[in-house]
Write a new protein. Structure first.
Length: 145
């Protein structure tokens, strides 16, 4: 009798190779993915000198719960497509008020705008160097680590 392995051969799925980039470059990819869905107030907080837990936070806001979902989906899709990375952990996706995508060295925070102002992570991590992202030409981007 044939085994189940003979009847149903294993699928050979071509995986995208992981592209090794620095945590800073991963943060920039996440910020650009946020901007692709019109996220507002996108910034990168450099936490390397302040904590050993994470290198960067990338923070952005959406004007509705649907936009928050679209931004979170864009981050996951773009990072997987271009870098071959999946988030290690995702929280808040069901509520769409604050979605957290944890890529270990970089954590993306996608907020519904009123929730962002309530938690105010920028104030909590006020000592961190900040890089702002806009949807304009690269010359409008300020700061760098």
């Amino acid at each position: 009798m044939a085994s189940s392995h003979d009847l149903f051969p294993a699928r050979t799925r071509r995986r995208r190779p992981r592209v090794r980039v620095s945590s800073y470059e991963l943060g920039r990819h996440i910020a650009e993915a946020m901007l692709s869905k019109k996220a507002e107030n996108v910034l990168l907080l450099d936490l390397r000198g302040l904590t050993d837990v994470v290198d960067y936070f990338v923070i952005g806001s959406g004007g509705s719960d649907l936009q928050v979902k679209a931004i979170a989906d864009a981050i996951e899709e773009e990072v997987r497509k271009h870098l071959g990375e999946k988030p290690w952990h995702v929280e808040g996706y069901a509520n769409r008020q604050w979605v957290l995508l944890d890529y270990v060295d970089v954590v993306a925070h996608v907020f519904y705008a009123p929730v962002r102002s309530y938690y105010n992570l920028e104030r909590i991590w006020g000592d961190a160097p900040v890089e702002f992202f806009t949807d304009g030409p690269p010359s409008e981007k300020e700061g760098a680590p």
